[in-house]
Design a protein around this ligand. Structure first.
Ligand code: ATP
Ligand code: MG
Length: 342
């Protein structure tokens, strides 16, 4: 299929992320409905062509748990990727609409993500790098698939150079600068599953006692005037009492530079994010709480995703053998019926 921008009729805006936007489109010559992801890339033509070449690997990704790829093209100054349209959207949108997701459905999500990650790694040696609810999609057939994985090294580099990506699902070892491994994806999966089951981002007021955050004086140069209550719409730890005001508007620009690699949904959020990253590194990992509310197997599965030491954490492939995942596999819960409820 030779995709050209002229052949794509825009139908609807599906959402906006840090690096671009996603639109529902119709490929007019074939009538096929697709999602067109537009990524703004500030890179040389040679790099852009390289990215396009690297993206072609996605043509070889055939797995029920991975979004299908129809093609990519340059549309100055953007790179456009056409992928399978998932009519129920991403899981973050779903839980924000319907509230906490039933733990049995969460089990099916865990199974789908682990299958997808194992396929990507075993067949293509690809590490996802960005597991989070907004990159897990559902459709009305009851299928669950992952998208936005790191196929293109050049794209990862360019994005890192041009804007900052989300970091709050990042594992402690990644925050501390270690190499990405499949185990970092497992951490992100653990955080995402808690978020779905609780209906809120796990690092939030209720379970952060904030007592460790007193050495944040190191970062006072980057403090922001206002304490935004949310990052990507998610609650953050409570505000610090001792915030110092920056002198002027200049500060926010400087903040962005300083915190490269840290998500900023707008200026003035640097403090909250540093606080959060520090919390992830220094505090015990979040858990599926309150104890007893969820099946023991689910609690234990999440605990094993969230070992802070990557040596202790197991790979997606090993996690597929966990008893909670076994149970999810044989569970007869009807996901198609579930998706028809919203
Ligand atoms: P970030 O930029 O931080 O990774 P994100 O994942 O939300 O955040 P995008 O990947 O640009 O950002 O996606 C924006 C939104 O578009 C998603 O939250 C999702 O709801 C929607 N979306 C993405 N891909 C599809 C798709 N294939 N089908 C349907 N909706 C999609
Ligand atoms: Mg995404």
């Amino acid at each position: 299929l030779d995709l050209r921008n002229e052949d794509l009729k825009e139908l609807q805006e599906l959402g906006q992320g840090n690096g671009g936007s996603v639109k529902k489109v119709e490929h007019v010559p074939t009538g096929k409905i697709m999602a067109k992801k537009i990524v703004l890339i500030d890179a040389k033509p040679s790099v852009r062509k390289q990215i396009l070449r690297e993206l072609q690997i996605m043509h070889d990704c055939h797995c029920d748990y991975i979004i299908s790829f129809y093609g990519a093209f340059l549309s100055d100054p953007n790179i456009c990727m056409c992928i399978e349209y998932m009519d129920k959207g991403s899981l973050d949108g779903i839980y924000k609409k319907i509230g906490p997701i039933d733990i049995d459905v969460v089990g099916k999500v865990a199974l789908a993500v682990l299958e997808g990650l194992t396929y990507l790694y075993d067949v293509h040696r690809i590490i996802h790098r960005d597991i989070k609810p907004s990159n897990i999609l559902a459709n009305s057939k009851g299928q669950i698939k992952i998208c936005d994985f790191g196929v293109s090294g050049e794209l990862i580099n360019s994005i890192a150079d041009t804007f900052v990506g989300t970091s709050t699902y990042m594992s402690p070892e990644r925050i501390q600068g270690a190499q990405y491994t499949v185990k970092s994806d497992v951490w992100s999966l653990g955080i995402s599953l808690i978020e779905l089951a609780l209906g809120r981002f796990p690092f939030s007021e209720d379970d952060s006692d904030d007592s460790d955050l007193s050495d944040l004086e190191d970062f006072e140069g980057t403090l922001s005037p206002q304490r935004p209550g949310s990052l990507s719409g998610m609650p953050l730890p409570p505000a610090r009492k001792k915030e110092k005001k920056p002198k002027n508007g200049e500060t926010s620009k400087k903040d962005k530079r300083k915190s490269k690699g840290v998500s900023l949904q707008g200026s003035g959020m640097t403090m909250s994010i540093l606080e959060l990253l520090q919390h992830i590194v220094n505090e015990p990992a979040p858990r599926l709480t309150p104890e007893g509310r969820f099946p023991k197997e689910a609690e234990e599965f999440i605990d094993s995703c969230l070992f802070k030491d990557p040596e202790e954490r197991v790979t997606p492939k090993e996690l597929l053998k966990h008893s909670w995942i076994d149970r999810a596999r044989t569970d007869t819960i009807d996901l198609e019926a579930w998706t028809s409820t919203f």
